[in-house]
Design a protein around this ligand. Structure first.
Ligand SMILES: CC(C)=CCC/C(C)=C/CC/C(C)=C/COP(=O)(O)O
Length: 294
């Protein structure tokens, strides 16, 4: 059955609001038999195996089909104030506005990412700096950081140093796990202009959301700023490295802007988790004793 509620649902709401405002006499305004809402309701009733004529009759009784009562359409008109919608219909209407906002954000994201992807190929406008961008890519790669941390852990001869490095190792592994989980869940494909010529990847790295390099850059730089005593210029360099690494992901065409922006946010939050669960000889003695026996 094409209930009134079914005829209300879905994407066209935002479009119909604007068409109602700009052209109150149009079929989409709800008055004509070929109006957009009727078309929608016919489609949904066909999909549900319902007789289109009876569906149309029902649609004309629906709260949204009485479009003159919708606040935007009614603005400036002499029509009676709208009867309030039942609670369940109001809940259906709001997400479609959110949907439109999300769709617009995604459209801007794709457009901006394509514009910024100036090193996506050798023949791109900034193709000559592609090798430099790929060097940056290696500087933020999981393998580089894991091997580097393990090496420093082996060379460290102080308890304090080992504690910090053990936590950095934990942070890097947590980051790999969280990013792999989200990539596997969201499954957003990489931008079409990306060349998949990355140095050592996991199977989930065919997906792009969020950027693993961006999460690592923000996690590691926050970690370094908190636990290493560095001169101001070096601290600035650490932040710059993280920012440029994130930007280089979009310039290389590996990611969309939102992948990197969310990656930065996620990495920042991950550091808070690492800080909260800080491993020390007091709360994780086994880990430290085992390591010292190596
Ligand atoms: C211990 C273990 C599972 C190590 C795997 C290290 C590894 C291959 C990480 C992949 C790093 C990578 C290519 C991430 C992708 O970064 P995006 O910025 O392109 O998302």
């Amino acid at each position: 059955m094409a209930s009134p509620r079914r005829s209300v649902e879905g994407r066209p709401l935002g479009a119909s609001v604007s068409s109602n405002t700009s052209n109150p006499g149009s079929p989409a305004h709800g008055g004509g038999s070929s109006g957009r809402f009727e078309f929608q309701s016919l489609l949904s009733s066909r999909a549900a195996g319902v007789d289109p004529t009876s569906a149309r009759l029902r649609a004309s009784e629906s709260p949204v089909h009485r479009r003159g009562s919708f606040p935007v359409a009614a603005a400036g008109s002499s029509q009676a104030p709208p009867p309030s919608l039942p609670e369940e219909d109001r809940m259906d209407l709001n997400p479609s506005f959110l949907g439109i906002a999300l769709r617009s954000l995604l459209a801007i994201d794709l457009w901006l990412s394509k514009k910024l992807g100036v090193c996506a190929g050798e023949s791109s406008s900034w193709g000559s700096v592609r090798p430099l961008m790929k060097l940056l890519e290696i500087s933020g790669h999981g393998i580089t950081w894991l091997l580097g941390t393990l090496y420093c852990l082996c060379r460290s001869d102080s308890w304090a140093g080992r504690e910090v490095l053990m936590n950095l190792l934990f942070a890097l592994l947590l980051d790999l796990l969280v990013v792999a989980l989200i990539k596997g869940l969201v499954r957003r494909p990489r931008p079409a202009h990306n060349q998949m010529d990355m140095f050592v990847t996991l199977s989930v790295d065919k997906y792009s959301f969020p950027s693993g390099h961006a999460t690592r850059a923000s996690l590691v730089s926050r970690f370094i700023l908190k636990h290493l005593v560095l001169a101001i210029p070096l601290r600035v360099l650490v932040v710059l490295w993280a920012f440029i690494l994130g930007l280089s992901r979009v310039m290389l065409g590996r990611h969309n802007v939102t992948d990197v922006a969310f990656g930065f946010f996620l990495g920042y939050m991950q550091y808070s988790i690492v800080d909260y669960c800080w491993l020390s000889p007091h709360n994780a003695p086994v880990l430290f004793i085992l390591w010292n026996q190596q």
